[in-house]
Design a protein around this ligand. Sequence first.
Ligand SMILES: [Zn+2]
Length: 493
Amino acid sequence: RPRITFYGGARQLGGNQILVEDQGTRVFLDFGSNFDRMGRYYSFPFSPKKFNALKELTVLGIYPDFDAYPGFDGLYRPDYLRRIGREPAAKSIDGVVFSHAHLDHAAGLHFLRPDMDVYMDRYTKMLLYSMQETSNAPFNEFIDFTYAFEQAPKLREDGYTWLQGDVATVSRKINIIRPPEPFNIGNIKFEPFYVDHSLPGSCAFIIHTSAGIVAYTGDIRLRGRRKSDTENFIREAAARKPDYLLCEGSLIRKTHPGVEDDVVTHIADFVQDRTGLVVIIYPPRDLDRVTSLYKVAKQTGRKLVVDARQTFLLDLFDGELGYPKTTHKHIGVYMPRKNKGILDTEYPNQERDYQKWERAYIEHPNRVTTEDMKRNPNLYILCLSSSRVGDLVDIDPPEGSVYVRSHPEPYTEEMEIDEKILINWLEKFRLLRQGEQKDLFDTGAEYNIPQAHITGHMSFDDTRYLINGICPRFLCQYTLFIPKIFITCLAVK
Ligand SMILES: [Zn+2]
């Protein structure tokens, strides 16, 4: 009989690892990191030790434990397994299908063996590639796999040397899926469909097993610019009369104030006619949000100033899906001084202050510096990553400057602590004032910071609409926050 097992993601915040088994075929749907458990055991900047990472993370239950679940040795990377004293086993899983590039669905890719067949669409691959190339976080070999702890004989003398870089690197076996083209892994047929979520490339799947049809939503919403993709998935799924629906329910208890286009209207209204700098923090991989902020910049006659990482990602997309190009006149590429701080001085080798991938932006035609924003704050909307908040000392935004939070409110203790620190900075630099409007959607929510954000997930009503639209025989709603009354108001078992 086919079997579906939730190793992560059930009644938790993220960490989807759903094993589908049918007639000898075993496939994981997503292989994400469990934020709840991760946050319980690690606090930034601490993370597992590389040599022992697989042991730490499986013992803590962040990834499936090979002792608890025999056969999972054949899932993980052989270099890490050997380091913790285990011989790699034969490949025990036929493939891993990724619904999208959020880390609670995809972070575990780093720990998979390099010859594992993984399946993702090309936008997900682009997002994961940009994370691999530009993130300083550990464990992000999502596209290229570099053998760790491998040695080779030295060429000119006796002894061994650690293999590093290109000689130790192989490409992962990434199979690009092209929704709605179906694909097979062993005995299981998958039909992928693009859906709306807070980053591009998000897919839902209809899975054909020997015991019936399963629809898997991945992360999904109805309030973004690709709402019609979600509507299409609902129609396609309903037409197949699925037996089971695996449906996310991350935020069905939250109020969801509007749609993505409202973010543009409300921030533009808030920013219009202001003098001084506008500072915004937002989720950088949400390219629809970047597009919204770009529209605000256009409407208010400012430049949206994005950092090098965002520039790298936007350049990869190169205008696809209607996302802004970094060469457009309403985009600025922020190049703050780093390391020795010698950019634009008489010192040679200024590029060495930057990582290799960001050096190209030193000469970017739209480059914006800290000094530019200090001189003409009225011209800019600065997308500030929290790691660069100290740049406010040099920018010294004038009276009248404002801050807008365009990402979720903190939902963990750690995020609350981070936000307290951010508020100290904002107050110090006059970006947060008493009496200022805080809830830009005007829903009556009590925020401590001006906020305009919509989530990548579904409200209670959206979820009911989706489930009743698909009308499965059985509903399995995973993830946290399932209100008891929810099940009773549906026409499914
Ligand atoms: Zn997601």
